[in-house]
Design a protein around this ligand. Sequence first.
Ligand code: SF4
Length: 176
Amino acid sequence: MHARAHDASQRERRGNTLIVRGLSIASPILGLSGQCDVVEFRACEGGVPLQGENGRWQPYPIEYKRGEPKENDADALQLCAQAMCLEAALCCTISEGALFYGKTKRRMTVSLDDKLREKVRRMTAEMHELARRGHTPKVKPSKSCNACSLRELCLPALMRKKSVQDYLGEAMEGDE
Ligand code: SF4
């Protein structure tokens, strides 16, 4: 499902909607870059012009997730960050987007309000500060790890193993 959503070759028109998959985005202000799963551009007089298309279009980002809605707001924050990158690139305002969950097969609309945007700015600034200090925060394993695309980099299972320091400490105690 996610691979299809990311297929950059797919650009499809359905009625008054242009569906673009795998759109590359970036925001120099936030210091973020990435790819949107799907952006629907809906024909709208108050929208933005698009290269190669007639008329004006209002962008509507949609993020695809394999699982089900989470208890935290991580998915909404990701979607909001995408919208903020699109706004910066297209000089527009995006007030709403959606999350689609494969397990429930439902699309949930997300209001991209000031509170969510402020949290994106705060967390992005915190992330850059950690990177500047060269500090890697400790992994917090949860059930979300099972469906996380960073799992192979993050290796959450290693957190359940003893640290080298603890291992050596216990080995030395055993020798005494
Ligand atoms: S694998 Fe790492 S990044 Fe992904 S949810 Fe688990 S702790 Fe977070």
